[in-house]
Design a protein around this ligand. Structure first.
Ligand code: CA
Length: 281
């Protein structure tokens, strides 16, 4: 059982929102035991219309392919979906000069039963949030982050680096992509999973944690978008929250049945006694 929500906003400085977000299947009736539920955040980049086009294509194509292929090996299914989305975006960017150079991040979370899976490229993020803390599950594919991993920059230097937004990997900019596949990992009741674009980066993580733990997911998404805008709203911002709820207990027989059976048996015994004594008289 999951409770989920998302919110996306243009921010205060950009002319349009180039982020895209989706939750699939759109209707709970469409959920199957093979495919579970798919959550995606994509943050487009490049050109006047390119960024918006790329992120929307990514969400749409990943969804379409993920549910179309009948592979119940989720990492394989996600990888195929990401590869096909990359092919289509790259192809479109190459064939239309107005879209040349467009690309997008894509971070997808699948929850199936009590396990989750993540496929990821770019610098959108997936976090696990509990009372104990906030854990970043994905690694940013940015040039600055690669330098931190190689100990060339410190975390503090990276956060102030002028090129901190330059991606080292993205979808749609090259004919082939290398994505990170994470999982399966167990999900537990009370945990929250948060996907976001880098527009949320200026909101301190302790305040993200507080907001997520103390509000319904929809309210928390709206509050986090407001918080990003309160920090300047320099970028588009998208937040998607998935709360893992307790599993529904298997249906058991209603409690009135044993009581009714007990009463019926008592009645039968009384009748039998009455008949017996009647016969004797
Ligand atoms: Ca962004």
């Amino acid at each position: 059982m999951l409770t989920y929500a998302h919110a996306t906003h243009r921010g205060l400085k950009r002319l349009e929102n180039q982020d895209a977000v989706g939750t699939f299947p759109r209707e709970p009736e469409g959920i199957t035991p093979q495919k579970g539920q798919l959550f995606i955040v994509a943050d487009g980049m490049g050109g006047h219309q390119g960024g918006r086009e790329a992120s929307q294509m990514a969400v749409h194509l990943i969804e379409e392919e993920y549910f179309k292929n009948h592979v119940d090996d989720i990492p394989r299914s996600l990888k195929t979906s990401f590869d096909l989305a990359n092919d289509a975006i790259y192809e479109r960017a190459s064939s239309d000069p107005a879209l040349h150079g467009m690309g997008t991040t894509s971070t997808a979370l699948v929850v199936r039963g009590d396990h989750a899976y993540i496929a990821h490229i770019g610098d959108s993020r997936a976090y696990r949030i509990t009372e104990a803390g906030v854990e970043q599950i994905t690694q940013d594919h940015s040039q600055v982050e690669e330098l931190v991993r190689r100990n060339i920059l410190t975390r503090e230097q990276a956060e102030r680096h002028p090129q901190r937004n330059v991606l080292s990997r993205a979808m749609g900019v090259q004919p082939e992509i290398e994505i990170d596949l994470i999982g399966p990992f167990p999900v537990r009741p009370g945990e929250y999973y948060l996907l976001c674009s880098d527009g949320l980066a200026r909101v301190p993580l302790h305040s993200v944690q507080q907001t997520v733990l103390s509000h319904h997911p929809q309210e928390a998404c709206d509050l986090l978008v407001q918080a990003a805008n309160a920090e300047g709203g320099h970028d588009n911002v998208t937040v998607q929250i998935v709360r893992i709820d307790a599993a529904v207990p298997p249906p058991s027989s209603p409690s009135w049945i044993p009581v009714a059976i007990g009463l019926l048996l008592t009645l039968v015994v009384i009748l039998a006694v009455l008949l017996y004594t009647g016969v004797l008289n």
